[in-house]
Design a protein around this ligand. Structure first.
Ligand code: PRP
Ligand code: URA
Length: 209
């Protein structure tokens, strides 16, 4: 079973509070999503392997460490996941970005794929799927399946707010995927919105609705 990491850093908790507030406008909401992505990205990348290289400082030669191992890929689930890309890229500027477009059918609540464009060497990369919200888990479950169908083997999922239902769905469908969340809320309501949540993340990011 994949592990679930709930981040307890005070800065993460603080920023999520302001994201939740219904009086927070799109500009500030976008900034918070970016900042949270950076803070959470720090944790998601904690176990990246390192290798020694020789360098020369202005004072002497030395051995120092750089990231080694698999190349990275960031995969936002469109559209709200887009808000997390900039923060992740500022930590991982060499990462490639793939996109998976999904929306929840408002009637069935099932995810419908409308776009998928991934790095050509996706099977060689460690992928971090990003989406602010993990509600029923349908979107994340489907997105991870699309990645697997296209050859991806190493995948992590990073969401800012999750419902217990969504965590369970992803864990059961993809037991080898570790899940990183900023917080796990109480439940889903009858419209599959997270309670207390923050409303519709895509609409709040992009000022739609
Ligand atoms: C939101 C969110 C997730 C999905 C989570 O996207 O960004 O992708 O819902 O819900 P689930 O866990 O029940 O699948 P939405 O479908 O509203 O599309 P959008 O990002 O284009 O607004
Ligand atoms: N998608 C959102 O944007 N918010 C929710 O609460 C659930 C799904």
């Amino acid at each position: 079973m994949g592990k679930v990491f709930v981040m307890d850093h005070p800065l993460i908790k603080h920023k999520i509070t302001f994201m939740r507030d219904k009086n927070t406008g799109s500009k500030e909401f976008r900034e918070l999503v970016k900042e949270l992505s950076m803070l959470m990205g720090y944790e998601v990348t904690r176990n990246l392997p390192l290798e020694d290289i020789e360098i020369e400082t202005p004072v002497s030669k030395t051995t120092s460490q750089v990231i080694a191992g698999k190349k990275l890929g960031i995969v936002p689930i469109l559209r709200a996941g887009l808000g997390m890309v900039e923060g992740m890229l500022s930590l991982l500027p060499a990462a490639k970005v793939g996109h998976v477009g999904l929306y929840r059918d408002p009637e069935t609540l099932e995810p419908v794929e409308y776009y998928c464009k991934l790095p050509s060497d996706v099977e060689e990369r460690e992928l971090i799927v990003v989406d602010p919200m993990l509600a029923t888990g349908g979107s994340a479950k489907a997105a991870i399946k699309f990645l697997r169908d296209r050859g991806a083997t190493s995948i992590k999922l990073m969401c800012i707010i999750a419902a217990p239902e969504g965590v369970k769905v992803v864990q059961e469908a993809h037991p080898d995927v570790d899940i990183y969340v900023g917080g796990i809320d109480e439940k889903l309501n009858d419209h599959a919105y997270i309670v207390p949540g923050l409303g519709d993340a895509g609409d709040r990011l992009f000022g739609t609705k």
